[in-house]
Design a protein around this ligand. Structure first.
Ligand code: TMO
Length: 315
């Protein structure tokens, strides 16, 4: 620990000398840690360690903090957390823009991957015609019984993610679409609880509706998102609408505290260049959810296997 600090200090002093020798060189990054948040889905946590590893490779110090995925934008604005590397439009766009309006958080660019966060069914549900008409949402009107579970009171059960992600968005939507008498929305305690339910339903060939997203490890398996009435600006209750719309086909952004470009210019430049594709984000999730590596091991493996992808971000 101590010798690492000394080494860092020496490296810092050395780059100050180098910087003064060159007009174009920029100030060295602060030795203060870059604070990276971890949330409760696999790609986000793996990517936290991937990005931390990239920052360390250019001499920066990093720190990881578990954070609520909605409150994090306020924490970045206040400077308690430095970055967010997976800002999903549907779920977090509003909190991100609200924080931006107050000041202190900046848009650090968009990943190549586009996103969808939506209710859906495993592909066999469509293939085996368990609910004829799917993936069109109107098919749901006639097959609540197909999705009933022991605890759903005879209604169809919709397994939503943890409530911390987007509150009552799905229960509100189901009611607004007139499906409230036929379906009940249950919140999963964790993403792992969704994967466990999907696995047991698949084993039994049983109908199941869950929240899911893309990019994710389930992209490879085949997961069919339900086609709800298209998303339009203002259609959600939070934006003044009645909530009877599906999720947007959205962006995946990066955010940073507004001082990050000044305190850590090299890390900021790297972070703003950094962009992952659908395949790459899916790989990060799969290393944990399919291959059962720890998040840290997954990040180490991903970095080792993909130097050609991430090294250019640092140059
Ligand atoms: C925020 N999430 C990717 C779980 O929808």
């Amino acid at each position: 620990m101590f010798s690492k600090t000394i080494k860092l200090a020496t490296a810092g002093a050395f780059s100050v000398l180098l910087a003064s020798a060159s007009i174009t060189a920029q100030a060295a990054d602060s030795s203060k840690p870059i604070v990276i948040p971890t949330h409760n889905w696999s790609s986000q946590v793996v990517m936290a360690y991937v990005i931390g590893g990239i920052f360390e490779s250019i001499g920066d110090t990093v720190e990881y903090v578990p954070a609520d995925s909605q409150a994090v934008y306020e924490a970045i604005r206040n400077g308690d957390i430095t970055i967010s590397h997976e800002v999903w439009q549907s779920t977090f766009g509003k909190s991100f823009y609200n924080a931006m309006e107050k000041g202190g958080i900046i848009d650090a660019g968009t990943h190549a991957a586009s996103t969808l966060e939506e209710l859906g069914v495993p592909h066999y549900v469509v293939e085996n015609n368990l609910c004829p008409g799917l993936p069109n949402w109107e098919a749901l009107k006639d097959c609540a019984a197909v999705f009933a579970t022991a605890d759903s009171g005879g209604k169809g059960r919709i397994l939503e993610g943890p409530q911390s992600w987007h509150g009552d968005l799905m229960p509100t939507r189901i009611k607004a679409l007139g499906l409230g008498d036929k379906y009940v929305v249950k919140f999963a305690g964790s993403a792992d609880a969704i994967w466990a339910e999907l696995a047991s339903a698949k084993k039994e060939g049983r109908g199941i509706i869950t929240f899911n997203w893309s990019p994710n490890f389930t992209d490879a398996d085949g997961f069919d998102f339900i086609e709800f009435p298209p998303y339009k600006d203002g259609c959600r209750t939070a934006d003044g609408g009645d909530g009877s719309c599906g999720s947007p086909k959205g962006w995946l952004k990066k955010a940073a505290n507004y001082k990050f470009p000044k305190t850590h210019p090299a890390a900021y430049k790297t972070f703003s260049k950094l962009s992952f594709t659908t395949t790459q984000v899916g790989q990060m999730a799969a290393l944990v959810d399919i291959d059962k590596l720890s998040h840290q091991e997954a990040a180490k493996k991903w970095l080792a296997d993909n130097e050609d992808v991430w090294k250019p971000f640092t140059e």
